[in-house]
Design a protein around this ligand. Structure first.
Ligand code: ATP
Length: 437
């Protein structure tokens, strides 16, 4: 018999079925034992009448069992209006214990007061919490809808290497790994390989994969490993084409999430899923500085001039709501010195790239890339990177169309959508002090 899930049970009323799952709760009454069983789709009640002779053996098994153990039940599914859980109950004829659980380190149904690090130490138990289960389903829906949007628009999903031979790309810190008798590095992004696909003539590609950053910082939005939703496409005229595509992609993702989980997100996370309208507001960095100064008396610190910092991002959200009634805002006009060498600059040296801020946090960097070999070499030299990126520069010697792309941090997307920190949003968080489990 195949495993039947809780959300399929209505098709099996009055039938003999096999049901496998966790023991969620046991309510042991004088005449009857109610056992709530759980799988990833919901819960169902199993009822064992104590007076019935044939149940003696079943009760012996149940008396010895702990909650959170897993079982395989054979029994009949019957309708019973008195049962709160869907008006159905499972009357067992056989109970097999497939694994017995020890006492849990904490009550995952009531996580208030449980330290986040304890929760992460036992993440597989923490994830049994309904809310945590929901986070995973919502994220999966978002990514699925974004993928589907790209498939419909003739993008090809690719898989680039995460072990790479040269360290430097954009200045972020990289993890070094031993690679036989030499050094290798964990990819901080698929940037070079996305562009290699452009040089190969692939036109439209994307990848959803891990990115590694050796950033020794403990913020609520940085992880040392995160999932990057990356894409790149050719034959663009400007980075505006890249922003346009990103708008459509996010609208597709958020629309699906709202349709499927909008109500639930409001109820459980107290967050409204707002579908943005096109075009998202776009502002030049220097105009934004002025707005933030005039409205909130904010001055960007000298070391961050030409760029943003966390406080500026927070205030930018406030500004975007006030001025444009938008949760999203594109910022353009970053200083070339603050951005990777592969971002294109126009003839006046103005960077052809952008960041997208959502609810006060950066979720994306995007740009038109420099595809002209001589310009790229010049930009790389300027950043003192020529040797490190020698292999990459070769991609542009044999013909490469104008192109651009962006990277969205999936963990940040989930975190901002549901109002979480990154530790809660990631399936398994990786940070400077967290490498297990
Ligand atoms: P930040 O300034 O917030 O550190 P970044 O400028 O280093 O980000 P990019 O290199 O532009 O980020 O990466 C593209 C996207 O990847 C970011 O917009 C963000 O969504 C995500 N991202 C980058 N670094 C991290 C990280 N350490 N943890 C989680 N997501 C990240």
């Amino acid at each position: 018999m195949k495993k039947i899930y809780v959300n399929e049970l209505n098709n099996y009323i009055d039938k003999e079925i096999e049901f496998s799952g966790f023991i969620d709760t046991i309510r042991d009454k004088k005449w009857v034992m109610f056992v709530i069983l759980r799988d990833s789709t919901g819960k169902v009640q199993m009822t064992i009448e104590k007076s019935e002779e044939q149940n003696k053996e079943l009760l012996e098994i149940m008396n010895d069992i702990t909650v959170e153990s897993t079982v395989k039940i054979t029994g009949k599914l019957t309708k019973n209006e008195a049962v709160k859980l869907g008006g159905i109950e499972l009357i067992p004829t056989k109970i097999e214990v497939t694994s017995k659980a020890l006492n849990l380190p904490f009550d995952y149904n009531n996580l208030e007061g449980v330290n986040i690090d304890t929760r992460l130490d036992y993440r597989w138990i923490d994830l049994r919490n309904e809310k945590n289960m929901l986070i995973r389903q919502i994220e999966s829906t978002m990514v699925q809808a974004m993928r589907e949007y790209l498939y419909q628009n003739d993008f090809t999903e690719i898989h680039t290497p995460k072990l790479i031979g040269a360290a430097s790309e954009s200045g972020s810190e990289v993890f070094e790994v031993k690679y036989f008798d030499r050094k290798a590095y964990l990819a901080q992004s698929p940037q070079f390989y996305k562009q290699m696909a452009m040089a190969a003539g692939m036109s439209k590609i994307f990848e959803v994969a891990p990115a590694f950053r050796a950033e020794n910082s403990n913020t609520n939005r940085h992880a040392t490993e995160f999932t990057s939703f990356d894409l790149e496409f050719s034959y663009i005229d400007s980075y505006e084409d890249v922003m346009d595509l990103e708008e459509d992609l996010l609208i597709a993702g958020l629309s699906k999430v709202k349709e499927k989980y909008g109500e639930k997100i409001k109820e459980v996370f107290d967050k409204e899923v707002i579908i943005p309208t096109k075009p998202f507001p776009r502002i030049k960095l220097k105009d934004l500085y002025q707005e933030l100064h005039e409205r909130y008396d904010f001055e960007i610190p000298t070391e961050d001039i030409g760029d943003m910092n966390a406080e500026a991002e927070k205030l930018t959200y406030k500004f975007a709501l006030e001025k444009y009634n938008s949760e999203f805002i594109f910022i353009v006009g970053y200083a070339a010195t603050k951005r990777p060498f592969y971002h294109m600059r126009n003839e006046d040296g103005v960077l052809q790239g952008y960041d997208l801020i959502w609810r006060g946090t950066e979720i994306t960097s995007g740009a038109q890339r420099e595809h002209r070999y001589d310009e790229l070499v010049k930009n790389a030299n300027e950043k003192g990177l020529k040797e490190d990126v020698k292999f990459y520069l070769e991609f542009f010697k044999y013909g490469c169309p104008p192109h651009g792309g962006f990277a969205i941090g999936i963990d940040r997307l989930t975190m901002l959508l549901l109002g979480l920190t990154i530790k809660n949003a990631q399936f398994i968080f990786r940070g400077p002090n967290r490498l297990d489990p």
